[in-house]
Design a protein around this ligand. Structure first.
Ligand code: 4NP
Length: 174
């Protein structure tokens, strides 16, 4: 058996890595939101989520203050994040790599081995246009971070459903 079916009933989790440029704004926000959705759906033990940046300028730093504040205002805790750079070896340890924008996607696809599952995060939002991005909020104002959070929340449910199918579990809705 191949595909989703061979995961059902096994101990191996489904592993998702969220990737942006700096790993201090968009992808760590997406990591926190997606983990929350997965936990609420009873998938926290079978789907593992992390994040990274394609660039290394901010490695070791906490989340951007505006990103953390936007999360906190919506009831999420982004305080534990420390930025990392995506390493090509990680493809072997991830089932799905989700890029925030098309630049990130291009960078990842250049690094990716054949068969790697690399997509745009917003491709999981049924209401988003084709090729929709989560735009870089770094040089803009606080309202850009609010928009980023809305886009992430709109896509996270679809990612959770995809992961639930991959592990052979229908998501538990609240
Ligand atoms: P992120 O935002 O990719 O969403 O983490 C950025 C963070 C830092 C920079 C660019 C984007 N930077 O140029 O340092």
């Amino acid at each position: 058996m191949d595909g989703a079916g061979d995961r059902a009933g096994t101990a191996r989790p489904y592993r998702i890595c969220l990737v942006c440029l700096g790993n201090i704004c968009r992808s760590p926000m997406a990591e926190v939101v997606l983990r929350d959705v997965l936990e609420r759906r009873g998938l926290g033990d079978v789907v593992v989520v992390d994040s990274a940046g394609t660039g290394g300028w901010h490695v070791g730093e906490p989340m951007d203050e505006r990103a953390a504040a936007t999360l906190a205002a919506a009831g999420y805790d982004g305080s534990r994040h420390r930025a990392r750079r995506f390493e090509p070896e990680w493809f072997a340890e991830r089932d799905l790599v989700l890029a925030m924008d098309r630049d990130n996607l291009r960078t990842l696809r250049r690094l990716a081995p054949e068969g790697a599952d690399v997509r745009l995060l917003r491709s999981f939002d049924p209401d988003a246009p084709e090729d929709a991005e989560v735009p870089d909020p770094y040089y803009g104002g606080r309202e850009g971070f609010v928009r980023v959070l809305e886009m992430i929340e709109a896509a996270a449910e679809g990612v959770a459903e995809h992961a639930a199918r991959a592990v052979g579990r229908a998501p538990e809705r609240r």
